[in-house]
Design a protein around this ligand. Structure first.
Ligand SMILES: Cc1cc2nc3c(=O)[nH]c(=O)nc-3n(C[C@H](O)[C@H](O)[C@H](O)COP(=O)(O)OP(=O)(O)OC[C@H]3O[C@@H](n4cnc5c(N)ncnc54)[C@H](O)[C@@H]3O)c2cc1C
Ligand SMILES: C=CC1=C(C)c2cc3[nH]c(cc4nc(cc5[nH]c(cc1n2)c(C)c5CCC(=O)O)C(CCC(=O)O)=C4C)c(C)c3C=C
Length: 433
């Protein structure tokens, strides 16, 4: 996934403006450890790419209200000031369910309009998913916790609602706080993170890397696991599996069928990622990009304006505008048909038409690239938390030498994934120095 050469990938520093999260601190530490700190491209909160958020609704771009002044005004496409919903939220009674869809949770607490437009779009821009099916408890734990502990999202944000465990910030994490980074990427694209990690591991002399060696089968042995891969058999006393859950399910032995069955139940969506480059400056607005609610256009999820937050990646040959159009997700099959038969030409045509309609590009792109990311983002549907808990309980009860990490379980962002690896290692070896 990192080999895309797509620079749209970036890491955000908070979720939903819900304050600093534990995982924020992890990635800068990791980047520093592998010697990439000089390649970081930070984007501060003051940058237009962090401040300006856009939605494409009713065939127009709308700047999302921001700050106190924005919250006090009626800003299109919303029919009343956001402050109304926020003020009323404090009085809404706590939900009784142990999980709820994100749409239902937000409709109940903040109103249907915000859920239909803002939250629908946000879930497409983070999970490429449908907020009517995604679980609030698993996708946005801080929101769920805020309601549970304070009875309100607003109070939870103001008073705190029980954070994940704290981690000591390293020098780079401290710098990111001092300099108010909202998001960041890397000079040679985010692909240099796994590449740097591989180099660092190899140079350490403590790890053996087997690449291009798909895991086929895993068998329990007296001393741990025998893992059959395309590149031969590996013995291990403990496996930290970062495979997508469905791939792990296929590799596990029949004796562990209850675990495979639950892993198999985690769904994924396919996203078409279309990178476009236009000659000249074509954007009518400055921001990170725009999102599109499913009621406006099911197939096109959003457009990232890569040139705005990361001009360092722009071509040195004259002014160009680089965009990434993301399409499909939970609506892929319905709009584009089977990912196995869809053509690159048709995806490119939909993407360029969207850029023409949404951003007014009057001429075709000078360069384009279409990548179909099959089953790339796990969908945490209702009850995901229970499934993951039950899988981990099974592993513990059977005393299996296995840790489950990666985007299938505890969060889909890069930061979440790094955090999950770190937690697994600390559970095995104790706190990292
Ligand atoms: C379109 C898109 C945009 C994104 N944008 C952002 C963003 O802006 N910010 C952000 O934080 N995150 C973003 N992400 C999410 C980010 O890419 C993921 O968090 C991250 O890649 C998950 O890492 P992972 O290692 O868990 O899984 P993956 O990166 O999916 O890696 C799983 C690996 O397992 C390999 N594999 C599968 N089966 C086998 C097998 N049998 N044997 C061996 N290997 C196998 C796969 O080839 C793959 O390399 C985006 C994702 C997508 C799809
Ligand atoms: C439209 C398709 C997009 C996909 C698919 C996508 C994947 C993805 N994004 C995150 C994390 C975040 N993305 C955020 C904002 C955002 N995402 C897209 C596009 C896609 N990202 C756009 C155009 C925007 C900008 C809109 C904006 O509000 O600025 C955010 C910020 C949310 C916020 O604070 O408002 C996060 C976080 C992940 C982890 C991910 C794939 C798993």
């Amino acid at each position: 996934m990192w080999g895309l050469g797509c620079n749209a990938w970036r890491c955000t520093v908070d979720h939903l403006g819900g304050g600093q999260v534990f995982t924020w601190l992890c990635l800068p530490v990791q980047v520093q450890d592998i010697g990439l700190e000089n390649e970081i491209l930070p984007v501060p909160y003051s940058h237009n790419a962090s401040k300006n958020r856009y939605l494409y609704v009713n065939e127009k771009l709308h700047k999302m209200p921001s700050g106190l002044w924005g919250a006090l005004q009626t800003v299109s496409p919303f029919s009343r000031p956001i402050i109304h919903s926020i003020a009323k939220e404090i009085l809404v009674k706590k939900g009784k369910e142990d999980d709820e869809s994100i749409h239902s949770f937000v409709s109940r607490r903040l109103g249907k309009e915000l859920a239909d437009i803002a939250i629908d779009s946000l879930c497409r821009g983070v999970f490429a998913g449908d907020c009517r099916r995604l679980s609030v408890r698993s996708c946005f734990p801080p929101l769920y916790r805020a309601e549970q502990s304070r009875g309100s999202i607003v109070l939870g944000m103001l008073l705190g609602s029980g954070q994940d465990q704290a981690v000591r910030p390293g020098a780079l994490a401290k710098r990111s706080q001092e300099e108010s980074w909202a998001q960041w990427s890397l000079l040679r694209g985010m692909g240099s993170l796994p590449e740097g990690l591989a180099d660092w591991l190899q140079q350490s002399g403590k790890a053996q890397l087997c690449s291009e060696a798909a895991v086929k089968e895993m068998h329990l042995s007296s001393s741990g696991w025998e893992i059959q891969t395309d590149g031969g058999t590996i013995s291990a006393d403990h496996v930290i599996s970062a495979l997508p859950a469905d791939a792990l399910a296929s590799a596990l032995p029949p004796a562990l069928a209850p675990l495979s069955k639950q892993a198999q139940e985690i769904s994924y969506v396919t996203v078409a990622v279309v990178n476009l480059e236009y000659q000249g400056a074509i954007l009518p607005v400055e921001g990170f990009g725009h999102l599109i609610p499913s009621t406006e256009n099911k197939g096109v999820l959003g457009v990232v304006y890569d040139s705005v937050p990361f001009p360092q990646h722009n071509s040195p040959k004259g002014v160009t505008t680089r965009l990434t159009v993301m399409m499909g997700g939970a609506w892929f099959q319905e709009v584009f048909g089977s990912p196995d038969t869809v053509s690159e030409e048709s995806l490119l045509a939909v993407a360029t038409q969207a850029v023409r309609a949404h951003l007014g590009a009057g001429y075709p792109p000078s360069w384009s690239k279409v990548a179909l990311q099959k089953n790339c983002i796990p969908q945490y549907y209702l009850g995901h938390w229970k499934r993951v808990e039950s899988m981990r309980r099974y592993v513990a009860e059977k005393n299996l030498p296995l840790s489950l990490v990666g985007s299938s379980y505890d969060g889909v962002s890069v930061n979440d994934v790094i955090n999950s690896g770190r937690v697994a290692v600390e559970q095995l070896l104790g706190p990292t120095p």
